[in-house]
Design a protein around this ligand. Structure first.
Ligand SMILES: NC(=O)c1ccc[n+]([C@@H]2O[C@H](COP(=O)([O-])OP(=O)(O)OC[C@H]3O[C@@H](n4cnc5c(N)ncnc54)[C@H](OP(=O)(O)O)[C@@H]3O)[C@@H](O)[C@H]2O)c1
Length: 348
């Protein structure tokens, strides 16, 4: 992948994931870090020094208004995604926004409408969708290697440390469903779609249960069952208070697939194990990526911007895919009785 001119990025926020993307930008031949913005100028300056950023600002707005910035990466708490994505689009900046794109589907529709009308690129940053492991998995399902897909089991949990975290705040639209549940849900939709020759498939029904923290007022552990057209079911789990396995399992009429690292695949030897009925051992498919996980995402965005595609192509997140996932998150939250303060205020 070579590009005529690197994309000049501006980053909003200097937190954990902003650091990962900045490292990926430094690694990528198709990107430069033109500016970083923080609520705290000193934090932006430190960040720029560490990652070779050309400018540091004490506000997010200055990044958007900086003429040198072509695309912005929004690495802010969930309740701020829609606002800053729409502000960026209004100033004709391309947008890579952290997941989930917005607090709910209605907000996500507004963000997409803003990108469409400004004619800027917009993608929800589901990095695992950009990794070739995901592409290969979709191909295996489409080829019918395990027959008809009947059951998808996907989990993403981790254990937060004692620190005060945006994930433990209702006001920040936190909780496990929004932070990590969006991955298993998006994967189940991707696989159920691939099984029927579509880029994705939305479930017809989602039920769920959760432990809602008394202090956090968000889900700290949650499960969901999803039903897809054609009879495929998904069992999903997510959480921010316990670390469990991340393995993805897909069971079909003629075999099953195990993906040991579905969300954060390694650059070399990402493994997909395909066990066909009657085989004594699984076939191991090994997938290498041309760069590290977040650098691939940066490359995919650069490719789309350069070719004038406003939407990412499947299996990366298209706008319709994002809206389907947001609707699924809304349904999962409704099933466990989780509303965010910002939704009560705005009535959306
Ligand atoms: N794709 C992935 O692999 C991945 C992984 C982790 C997280 N994420 C997503 O990335 C986003 C940020 O997560 P993170 O883990 O990077 O969080 P974080 O470490 O807490 O960073 C969030 C940043 O947002 C800014 N911010 C603005 N208003 C804030 C407020 N009221 N409270 C706290 N911070 C505020 C802060 O930057 P300044 O102080 O510099 O303004 C802060 O450093 C979330 O939407 C999350 O879902 C994605």
């Amino acid at each position: 992948m070579t590009h005529r001119r690197p994309i000049a990025w501006g980053i909003l926020g200097t937190g954990m994931i902003a650091r990962k993307l900045a490292a990926a930008i430094a690694e990528s031949p198709s990107a430069t870090l033109a500016a970083v913005g923080s609520r705290n100028l000193e934090s932006a300056r430190r960040f720029a020094r560490e990652f070779g950023g050309e400018r540091a600002f004490g506000s997010y707005d200055e990044v958007l208004r900086c003429d040198a910035v072509e695309a912005v990466y929004i690495a802010l708490p969930n309740q701020l995604h829609a606002e800053w994505a729409m502000r960026a689009a209004a100033l004709r900046r391309h947008v890579l926004c952290e997941k989930p794109l917005a607090v709910n589907r209605i907000e996500a529709e507004r963000v997409i409408a803003a990108a469409r009308s400004a004619r800027v690129f917009l993608m929800e940053a589901f990095m695992y969708r950009c990794h070739p492991q995901t592409e290969r998995l979709v191909q295996v399902i489409r080829d019918g290697d395990i027959g008809e897909v009947r059951l998808i089991q996907a989990t993403f949990t981790f254990k937060l440390g004692p620190r005060d975290d945006i994930r433990l705040q209702n006001a920040a639209a936190g909780g496990g469903i929004m932070d990590v549940g969006c991955y298993p849900l998006s994967m189940a939709r991707l696989i159920a779609g691939a099984a029927r020759g579509n880029p994705f498939q939305n479930p017809t029904d989602i039920t769920g249960t959760a432990h809602i923290g008394e202090r956090s007022r968000v889900d700290e552990l949650a499960t969901a069952s999803a039903k897809f057209p054609g009879g495929c079911l998904a069992a999903l789990a997510c959480g921010i208070r316990v670390a469990s396995e991340h393995t993805l399992r897909i069971w079909g009429s003629a075999g099953h697939i195990v993906v040991p690292q579905p969300w954060i695949p390694p650059q070399k030897d990402a493994r997909i194990l395909v066990q066909r009925e009657g085989q004594s051992t699984p076939t191991e498919l090994l997938v290498d990526a041309p760069a590290s996980l977040y650098a691939i995402e940066i490359e995919r965005v650069a490719d789309a911007i350069r070719t004038g595609d406003l939407e990412a192509r499947s299996p990366c997140m298209s706008w319709a895919d994002t809206l389907g996932n947001m609707a699924g998150l809304d349904a999962w939250r409704a099933a466990v009785g989780l509303t965010f303060d910002c939704e009560r205020r705005t009535g959306s």
